[in-house]
Each structure stands twice: as structure tokens, then as C-alpha cells.
Design a protein around this ligand. Structure first.
Ligand code: PEP
Length: 253
């Protein structure tokens, strides 16, 4: 059975005190009210990773993820954070290729491939995001776009390396817009992604790969999305910033 996962992407939100309160609140609610088997991963801004990691290690109800790493091992890259730094803080996951990074920081599939490799070399599990923009979907090019994003950034990985990554399908038109993909649209694309993984790496790897849906997922629509056979959980932005709402999503399986 592949893992069910719900990941919180806090993006660039919360002061230190607010982050401390939110992480404690989520942690307490997970201890009291978690009803699903889903693995919970929280991706706070990098400056709060230590805070989140300390709470995760004492309460143990969730794992911690970075939101980004730089595509070099170390060196003169002022302001950047490396995979080795995350690992040295016991962080085991990192979001790579979020559409906001692609759009605002010009991260190409080639750069993302380098980030994926560096993450894996440092034993960090990439949560690799792919997704089409609205004009691409309207032009019927969404499958082509996703296939290219996979081909150019993760399909070079061998069987063992690919067994250690998580894919997140995040249609860009659904992120932060309230325009969630329908359960049918999500299932159709997740099945397509899984078929492509199978063609490249075989049935076993395809069957084991967790594929998350992201894009205006909330407590009202999560169960209809998660009930699809190829939707293994969610990458949650806005709705992960309110503890009660986030726990309802975690319990939506
Ligand atoms: C995201 O940023 O990954 C995301 C899915 O955001 P939202 O849930 O706010 O659409």
C-alpha cells in the first residue's frame, strides 16, 4: 500500500510567534483528533524549520519539510539554503518545483532536475510539483505539459531513487484561487501521471508512488478528491494556515 500524505505548505506566512502557536495547535489537534492513517508533513518557512523540528521530535505526530533548496551543494550563494543544511537539521522532505518558484524565480525543469538530484544525494525526499497554467488546459495541452515537467526533472531517476520521491499535481489555475479541480479532473491527471511512471519505471514503482493533489483543497472538498483511487492525499496551502481546518483535511480519508 502506498502512503497517504497530507502536506501543509505555509509559503511565506506567519511571524515567529504565530508560527509557534500554529505548530503547537496543529500538534495538539493531531494528538487528540487524528483519525486517518495519513502521514502529516509541515513545510514552514525555512527560518522556522528548527522550531517545527523541535516540536515534531518531542510530539512525533508530523514530519517537517523545506519549501525550497538551492541547486548546489554549498558555496557563495547568499541567502540560499542547501539540501545538506536541511538534512543537518533532521529535515527529511523538501518541496521542489512549486509553481510559485517556477513563476517568480524562473525555475526551469533543468534547474528543478538539479534540485531533485541534490535532494536525493542528501537523503531528502523531494515533493516534486507539476501543474499546467489555465491557457494550457484550455488549449488541451495539460497532459503534454505535465509529461514534459516529469520527463525533464524526474524521469532520469533510476528505480531506487524514484521510489523515494513524492509527486504533487497542482494545476496552477487552482492554486490560491478557490477554483479547485473537480475530483474527475484530479483523478484523470493522477492516473495519467501513474501510467507514465509505469511506462518509465515499471508497475511496482508506479503502484508505490504517492501522488498528491494541490490547488484550493479544503475541508469541504478534500474527501471527494481523496476518495479517487490515484489521489493519495494533498498539498495544502491556504487551508493549512488554520489548525482546525487543516486537521479536518487530514481526517478526510
Ligand atoms: C499550494 O501552494 O501548494 C497550494 C495548493 O495552495 P492553495 O491550497 O492555497 O491553493
Amino acid at each position: 500500500m502506498r502512503k497517504k500524505i497530507v502536506t501543509a505548505n505555509w509559503k511565506m506566512n506567519k511571524s515567529f510567534t504565530e508560527a509557534d502557536d500554529l505548530i503547537n495547535e496543529i500538534s495538539e489537534l493531531l494528538a487528540e483528533k487524528k483519525e486517518s492513517e495519513a502521514l502529516v508533513i509541515i513545510a514552514p518557512p525555512a527560518v522556522y524549520l528548527e522550531l517545527a523540528g523541535d516540536i515534531a521530535s518531542t510530539e512525533g505526530e508530523f514530519e517537517v519539510s523545506g519549501q525550497n533548496i538551492y541547486q548546489a551543494e554549498s558555496g557563495a550563494f547568499t541567502g540560499e539554503v542547501s539540501a545538506m543544511m536541511l538534512k543537518s537539521m533532521n529535515v527529511d522532505y523538501c518541496i521542489i518545483g512549486h509553481s510559485e518558484r517556477r513563476k517568480y524565480f524562473n525555475e526551469s525543469n533543468d534547474i528543478l532536475k538539479q534540485k531533485v538530484d541534490i535532494a536525493i544525494n542528501n537523503s531528502i525526499i523531494p515533493i516534486y510539483c507539476c501543474g499546467e497554467i489555465l491557457p494550457e488546459r484550455e488549449a488541451g495541452k495539460h497532459f503534454e505539459v505535465i509529461q514534459k515537467q516529469l520527463e525533464e526533472a524526474v524521469f532520469h531517476l533510476d528505480h531506487d531513487a524514484f521510489s523515494n520521491i513524492i509527486i504533487a499535481y497542482e494545476p496552477v489555475w487552482a492554486i490560491g484561487t478557490g477554483a479547485t479541480a473537480t475530483p474527475e479532473q484530479a483523478q484523470e491527471m493522477h492516473a495519467f501521471i501513474r501510467e507514465n511512471i509505469e511506462k518509465k519505471l515499471g508497475k511496482e514503482v508506479a503502484g508505490k508512488t504517492t501522488i498528491l493533489y494541490g490547488g484550493s483543497c479544503n475541508s469541504k472538498n478534500a474527501s471527494s478528491l481523496f476518495s479517487n483511487p490515484d489521489v493519495d492525499g494533498g498539498l495544502i496551502g491556504g487551508a493549512s494556515l488554520v489548525a482546525e481546518e487543516f486537521i479536518k483535511i487530514v481526517n478526510s480519508f
